[in-house]
Design a protein around this ligand. Structure first.
Ligand code: ZN
Length: 430
């Protein structure tokens, strides 16, 4: 097999992952890519009227994005081929009044965002990134993205000598044990986090007219870049593979898609915390965009019934050290292709109609396909699929690439799987 296209694809995926430490940065990276490919950015505040055939995208809250291509046909007759993914990942988020000084060490108070695996956050070289809202010299509120880029924070573990049971039952109290150390100060020094953020923005964008930082959504992230790993380069090791891998694959597939078909990609924020927000999948973003594209009520509902959604979010690969956590007949393997996720209790939106369709797509794209069903004696996770299926009534399937260590600070995927998923989604968009 000619490996060159996969190597190129993975290099671009790695640089997307590294450029996107927060949902805001992910949306900015995706927008940049769409701009380069002549997509027209729309604003929800503008009058859209009837859009002509072409390529468009919109963002909401700078953290969710919908991109679509219009073929110019009657949408009620064709529907949309839709792919869904999410832009957010579990992380530690800096609190509004974060400054703490203890034993001359400055620490930041943090909240846990989503179902993060907390132990891996210790002893990493962490940085800070996010969105900042500030006052300019005219006293207007503006927003910008900030990224400290270099390692500025660490959460050191407690030495094993002070916790002999650490390897047996180490528990993390998120309030007490997670505040990272960011600097050392003298006895009488005071620290203002907003001033540190202001300095960073001035360093990063010297021409920006910024007088005062008002508020921010800043989170910690690991500065270690993503990498291809394994003796034969079989793996991709990175933060935020859940679910920026699917966002990236969604964008590249949309770019390769057919202009004679109406295609749509929705990447939503806040999946990890239940999707209930203006920009989350349970919010009105997608519904509102679809309504504006096909406002006639009768035609609108016909369009929805002709549409289909592939909800792409990573699956759990069967872990060799913990194989008993999987149903032995439904343990997806790394680099063995995308996984169809099924759950009788509708934690996934997949049904026999949509899974049959996806299986056929994989065959057409010459890509193997796998199945995941959680052990019958265990609870099942969920994703944006059932939300879209239930709020819009669009036929939906939940799929994803198999990964290890989901929700850790560093996750592991196969170096073939993202490329294979890209082939399948490109087939869908053609
Ligand atoms: Zn996810």
């Amino acid at each position: 097999m000619d490996n060159e296209p996969i190597i190129d694809f993975n290099q671009n995926l790695l640089s997307f992952l590294d450029k996107s430490p927060t949902p805001f940065h992910a949306v900015s990276s995706m927008s940049e890519c769409l701009d380069k490919n002549d997509f027209i950015q729309l604003d929800e505040l503008d009058i859209w009227g009837t859009l002509s055939a072409g390529k468009y995208y919109i963002t909401r809250n700078e953290s969710s994005l919908i991109a679509f291509t219009l073929a110019g046909d009657d949408l009620a007759e064709t529907g949309f081929k839709m792919v869904g993914a999410h832009t957010d990942s579990p992380c530690l988020k800096v609190k509004p009044k974060p400054e703490k000084i203890k034993h001359n060490l400055v620490q930041l108070g943090v909240e846990v965002y989503g179902g993060a695996l907390l132990n891996p956050w210790f002893d990493r070289d962490l940085s800070l990134a996010g969105r900042v809202s500030y006052l300019d010299s005219q006293h207007d509120i503006q927003h910008t993205l900030v990224n400290f880029e270099k390692a500025v924070a660490t959460i050191p573990s407690l030495a094993i000598h002070l916790d002999r049971e650490a390897n047996k039952d180490r528990t993390v109290n998120p309030q007490n044990h997670l505040p990272p150390i960011v600097m050392q100060v003298g006895d009488d020094d005071l620290i203002d986090f907003r001033k540190l953020v202001l300095q960073q923005i001035q360093k990063q964008s010297p021409d920006l007219d910024i007088a005062k930082v008002l508020d921010y959504e800043i989170c910690l992230y690991d500065t270690q870049n993503s990498a291809i790993t394994g003796l034969d380069g079989d793996f991709i090791s990175s933060a935020r593979l859940d679910n920026l891998l699917s966002c990236y694959v969604g964008v590249t597939a949309l770019l390769n898609g057919d202009s004679a078909q109406s295609n749509l990609l929705v990447c939503s924020d806040h999946e990890e915390v239940g999707s209930v927000s203006t920009s989350g999948a349970q919010g009105s973003f997608l519904e509102s965009v679809l309504l504006r594209l096909c406002p006639d009520i009768e035609q609108h509902h016909r369009m929805l019934q002709r549409s289909m959604m592939i909800s792409a979010d990573n699956a759990h690969a069967v872990h060799p050290n913990y194989s008993d956590k999987h149903d032995s007949d439904h343990g997806p393997k790394i680099n063995h292709g995308p996984v169809i996720k099924t759950n009788a209790n509708q934690r996934y939106a997949t049904n026999s109609e949509t899974s049959a369709y996806f299986r056929q797509l994989c065959e057409q794209a010459d890509v193997p396909v796998q199945d995941f069903v959680v052990r019958t004696d265990m609870g099942c996770g969920s994703t944006i699929g059932p939300i879209t299926a239930s709020t819009l009534g669009v036929r939906t399937i939940d799929i994803g690439v198999p990964t290890f260590a989901m929700h850790s600070i560093r996750e592991l995927a196969g170096s073939q799987d993202a490329f294979m998923l890209n082939k399948v989604l490109t087939q869908f968009y053609k």
